[in-house]
Ligand binder design. Structure first.
Ligand code: GDP
Ligand code: IMO
Ligand code: MG
Length: 427
């Protein structure tokens, strides 16, 4: 079972970092293939140490080699900061390599992300402000600057000049901002190039060779299915393919090489930023989930919007990603509810909908249809096998499994590495 993909099945923050970390110790390589430092992946080690990874794969704590693939956008300033934090905490970062084809997040991308959001006003996406959308935009427009450009002083200068000649006009004339200095940007990025030179390699070749000899490679997704630029709630999405196909494109391996595709799904739902969210709660239950689940953004500290489990979304995630398994996280957070609601379908303008509606307008109109299961009061965090769970908690998991049509292979009952109840081995 050499290639395992970890995918967010909802709107992000499902616990992908924790699952990657749990598998990382048994894997040879952990690869990030899309997104950038908009991700925030939390890992709690057995010693109780908490890490918040953003751009660097969570596998840095466990795997021998960690890879930032060609599909990622890299902000070298953020990378330097994250490497510094890990070094200071005694984590060996020497095994981290970066694709020569990965695109760079530049200062003008960060600036444009912020001003365009401000101009959108009430229609804003609620981005993380990290320049992710503008960086991917330039990649697709074929005017991006890549990691390999850091290695050639002349090309780097030319590309920065070309980019800033255009982007400064936009920043100054359209948005009334200050122009960015070509010289300062060039000097800064040249310095990043020097610091990162030894890490820039052909990662596609490295990953394919690892798979050729049967090594175990974990592909760590960031963001999630409903934030995917093609399959999510467009335009309230991120600017990359967070679904399973993105792993193949963003790492440089053929799609047939992916053996297992694991969807990570929370026992309830959260979302950060704007956009439709049918099961969202606005009453005391939302505060309860937010407080009990610690639902505050890792990157921006924003409060996460909270709602009940949505099986329409989970079924859709299965369809779009071709999941082999689900890992259900945060079941412990649902303890002490009298009844636990599960959204089984939507009412869209009077019609029952079991599948994701085709248009955004219909999705905006979707009203959740709930089924209610009896709750439980026992603390789940000390459970170590599925059989340790109270019968109502087990019934909740089994009902979700029935509704989503894919086996739930593991259940999370706390943030710790050991707080995962394995029902079917993932490796
Ligand atoms: P990611 O972006 O998908 O990696 O998820 P985040 O790290 O942003 O958010 C998930 C949060 O839930 C983190 O604080 C994790 O430590 C925590 N977490 C993960 N699994 C569980 C679980 O089963 N129970 C509880 N209580 N917390 C969990
Ligand atoms: P992880 O990997 C949750 C959301 C932002 C915003 C939208 C676009 O930790 O699950 P962007 O900065 O990407 O252009 O913002 O996507 N978003 C996330 N929400 N978890 C994430 O990552 C996210 N990354 C981006 O809040 O709504
Ligand atoms: Mg997160």
């Amino acid at each position: 079972m050499p290639a395992i993909v970890i995918i967010g099945a909802q709107w992000g923050d499902e616990g992908k970092g924790k699952v990657t970390d749990a598998l990382g110790g048994r894997s040879d390589m952990v690869v990030r293939y899309q997104g950038g430092n908009n991700a925030g992946h939390t890992v709690v080690t057995p010693a109780g140490e908490k890490f918040a990874l953003r751009l660097i794969p969570s596998g840095i704590l466990t795997a021998r080699t960690t890879v930032i693939g060609n599909g990622v956008v890299v902000d070298p300033a953020a990378l330097a900061e994250e490497l510094g934090e890990l070094d200071a905490r005694g984590i060996d970062t020497s095994g981290l390599v970066i694709s020569a084809n990965a695109h760079l997040v530049m200062p003008h991308h960060r600036a444009l992300d912020k001003v365009t959001e401000r101009f959108l006003g009430k229609a804003k996406i609620g981005t993380t402000g990290r320049g992710i959308g503008p960086a991917y935009g330039d990649k697709i427009a074929r005017i991006g600057i890549r990691m390999q450009d850091l290695l050639d002083e002349k090309i780097l200068r030319e590309k920065i000049e070309a980019a800033l000649q255009e982007k400064n006009q936009v920043l100054v004339k359209l948005y009334n901002r200050k122009a960015l200095s070509i010289d300062e940007t060039f000097t800064e990025y040249l310095r990043f190039g020097d610091a990162l030179r030894h890490r820039i390699i052909d990662t596609g070749l490295l990953i394919n060779r690892a798979l050729d000899v049967g090594q175990l490679v974990v592909f760590e997704g960031s963001q999630a299915t409903m934030l995917d630029v093609d399959h999510g709630t467009y335009p309230f999405v991120t600017s990359s393919n967070a679904t399973a196909g993105g792993a193949s494109v963003g790492a440089g391996i053929g799609p047939k090489r992916l053996d297992r595709i694991i969807g990570i799904v929370k026992a309830y739902t959260t979302r950060v930023g704007s956009g439709p969210f049918p099961t969202e709660l606005f009453d005391a239950s939302a505060d309860y989930l937010r407080k009990t689940g610690g639902e505050y953004g890792v990157v921006t500290g924003r409060e996460r919007r909270c709602g009940w489990f949505d099986s329409v979304v989970a079924r859709y995630a299965n369809r779009v990603n071709g999941l082999t398994d689900f890992v259900l996280t945060k079941l412990d957070v649902l303890t002490s509810l009298d009844r636990v609601p599960i959204c089984v379908a939507y009412d869209v303008d009077g019609e029952r909908c079991e599948e994701m509606p085709m248009t955004q307008t219909e999705f905006h109109h979707a009203q959740p249809i709930y089924e209610y299961l009896d709750g439980w009061w026992e603390n789940l965090s000390t459970a170590r096998t599925f059989a340790d769970l109270p019968v109502n908690a087990r019934a909740y998991v089994e009902r979700l499994e029935e509704l989503v049509g894919v086996q739930i292979s593991a259940v999370g009952v706390g943030p710790g590495r050991e707080q995962t109840l394995v029902r079917h081995e993932l490796i």
